[in-house]
Design a protein. Sequence first.
Length: 328
Amino acid sequence: MTLSLLKKLVWMTALVVSLTAWVDVAAKSYYRFKNDEGQIILLDQLTPEAIAKGYDVINDQGQLVQRVPPAKTLGELEEDKQRQLEEKRKERERQRQLRRDAELLRLFATAEDIQRARDAALLGVEQRLEINNNEQALLKNQLEDLQRRAANFERMSQDIPKKLREDILEVQKQITDRERNKTIIEGERQQITDEYEKDLIRFKELQAQRMVLKYKNEQNQKDANLFVMTCDSQKRCTDIWRLAQVYAQRNASGRLEIVTDTIILTSAPKQDSEVGISFSRLPGKTETQIILEVTCNNTDAGKSLCQSVEARKIAHGFDDFVAEQLES
């Protein structure tokens, strides 16, 4: 290597070092914050107090580069943790509900299908309950007979035989077992009722969303068994919903089974001449839609009834009923 080339390399190295030092100086940052007395403090390096208070990062020209909020307290960090856990829980619940919604729509075509499945499940429970109650009644009769026999021995001042005493205790135990079984079976019955009611309500909510989309098609507005009404104020919607209960009671063949803030449902039709009525309440951003559906027995005769003038009169007659009641 020549002396000239060596000098050039030394000069270039010195230049790079100088430029690096100049960049470091030029990139110098300062940290500004307010202390407890309200005084503005300017530092060339961060302190725990500045981190706790929150600070501004400024350059050597006094320009704001970044604003850093105060460090979170232990309480705020715990709140963040709980909030994240709650968000995860809600997401798991949302995913679970989506899976359940898909299962409901796969298993059941109509609300009446759910009602029939519920009734079939309840029938088995009712039969078990009846058998248990009959057994309990027989045991009580048996206990009365054993106790009369024991009383006869006592009247004659004789000791009650050991076998008789054992029989009385055994029958009493069996009666207690039947009473416990009764409580368990009644609990199962209530659980089935509650679970199917939740499924019915959710199914009708999902069905209402589909019906509204279907009803927007002008051709589908001619459906005999379907009618959609809108309301744009809370008071009017509440009044219409109250009238919907009355209308369902007057025009459905069966009794009211479910009444909530979003669903009104009568019992499922069991005969070809019977009709059921359901109302669904679907809130929107600017207005609420109330969907009335007339349902019929799942037979050819029932389907024909749901497309008849009678079904149309029930479905579309709700509009006149509301107008008459609210304007009178």
